[in-house]
Design a protein around this ligand. Structure first.
Ligand code: PFF
Length: 444
């Protein structure tokens, strides 16, 4: 059986951008920016994306294209059969299942808000509505619906399922988001929202630099889908003619632009309608997007139309990310155990149906999985992938990096490999330890 592959270069880039652009951009990014010094945070975040995110992305691409395998099979084979490295890859497969178990619950909420926007049924009672639907059996039901759509796309395979779906979805997301942002920033009363979002708060940054750096690093990994093996898996369906570092940079730029745009929709709307950020929205947390914006939409003329458009964008973005998460364990079963794509997708959807429902029924479990657990797993996973590229692949990694690369990209190859071997894993390990200490209640 020949292995599947992408149809076009643009198809691959859009699928990878589809993976990257998700709840991390539309929800997490604007809030992180607003809470960590506005445009001062943006500068730090851009630095981290450039110096950690892009090299990390390229490292995953190198593993994927060289091995033409899922993360577990890739590390096992490229290390000539080391069980320990195979286990590092398998850790990514497990992370993917944990991630999808909470991501799909949030996807279910979005689906529900999307449908409720047609009738405006949450208008006027934004907070109470979220409290009623957030957790419990109906939340589990919508999680199952979201998971079902995700599984249907993955079932279609790489070219006819994932590539076709993401090539349609990504342009739709960008067009809708640009239109919504253009509209939102020209509302009267949008100004304070923009300054809440983007004011350059250098004093905050100076006083909290290490925290901000840690937050920027966590955000960069999550938003670029790093540390799980999505990008390994997607690159495993690639040909030799791709310039991996160039494609990685394009993906990172598009991903960041979409995050910034999302903030330009969220904050002007909140300030122009409900007078700012208050209540549940001010505290962040899982319900904040829904409560804050739902309140805003109910204040607006044409609120239902706007709400349908907005939650439609979020739903598409979440779907294209969920697809990429499910593809990791599916590729693992197909590659390593010779299981048919259909059976593999069905079995994994069945598993996540159960684990996701547990999250939908238990807010406590959801909070742990969606926050600290996934953060730690992504960071540990990426450290493993970087060390593998730097120390096991070494010069082979450089050869793979250079294949298909232009002259300029090739000239930075040695610097890339050096940073992947040394400074990047050290930096990530430091954030990992700092996060663990923070969890244990140790403060500096
Ligand atoms: N990048 C996605 C987002 O920003 O919502 C989340 C994600 C998808 C993380 C896939 C990891 C992953 F493998």
């Amino acid at each position: 059986m020949t292995r599947e592959s992408w149809g076009t270069r643009v198809g691959f880039i859009l699928a990878a951008v589809g993976s990257a652009v998700g709840l991390g951009n539309l929800w997490r990014f604007p809030w992180m920016t607003a809470e960590n010094g506005g445009s001062a945070f943006l500068v730090v975040y851009l630095g981290v994306v450039l110096l950690v995110g892009v090299p990390g992305l390229v490292a995953e691409f190198v593993i994927g294209r060289r091995s033409e395998r899922n993360p577990a099979g890739a590390l096992y084979r490229l290390s000539s059969g080391s069980k320990s490295w195979g286990a590092v890859g398998l850790f990514g497969v497990v992370t993917a299942i944990a991630m999808l178990s909470f991501y799909s619950v949030v996807g279910g909420w979005i689906l529900r808000y999307f449908f409720a926007s047609f009738t405006g049924s949450y208008f006027g009672s934004a907070g109470a509505y979220f409290d009623a639907i957030g957790f419990g059996l109906p939340a589990a039901g919508f999680h199952v619906a979201f998971l079902g759509v995700t599984a249907l796309v993955v079932l279609g395979g790489v070219r006819d399922g994932i590539e076709r779906a993401t090539t349609l979805m990504m342009p739709a997301i960008v067009v809708l988001l640009v239109a919504l942002a253009g509209w939102a920033v020209t509302r009267s009363g949008a100004g304070p929202g923009l300054s809440f979002y983007l004011d350059f708060d250098a004093a905050y940054l100076r006083a909290n630099f290490l925290d901000v750096l840690g937050a920027a690093a966590g955000q960069a990994l999550f938003t670029l889908s790093l540390g799980v093996g999505t990008m390994i898996t997607y690159a495993s369906y690639l040909g030799e003619d791709h310039d991996l570092a160039f494609d990685g940079s394009v993906i990172a730029v598009l991903n960041t632009a979409i995050g910034v745009l999302a903030g330009l929709v969220v904050f002007p709307l909140l300030f122009a309608t409900v007078g700012g950020v208050s209540g549940a929205a001010a505290e962040g947390g899982p319900g904040a997007l829904f409560v804050g914006l739902a309140g805003a939409f109910s204040e607006l003329p044409l609120g239902r139309v706007l709400a349908v458009a907005f939650f439609g964008v979020v739903a598409l973005a979440a779907l294209s990310s969920a697809i990429s998460i499910l593809e990791i364990p599916v590729a693992y079963l197909v590659d390593e155990h010779g299981i048919e794509r259909r059976t593999a997708t069905g079995a994994l959807a069945g598993l996540v149906l159960v684990t996701g429902s547990a999250n939908a029924l238990s807010p406590g479990l959801f909070t742990v999985v969606s926050g600290p657990l996934v953060d730690l797993m992504l960071t540990a996973g990426l450290v493993g992938f970087l060390l593998f590229v730097g120390w096991v692949l070494g010069s082979d990694a450089l050869a793979e990096y250079s294949t298909g690369a232009g002259r300029y990209v090739r000239s930075v190859g040695p610097a890339w490999l050096w940073s992947v071997r040394t400074i990047l894993p050290l930096f990530l390990l430091a954030t990992l330890v700092a996060n663990l200490l923070a969890l244990a209640g140790v403060t500096f």
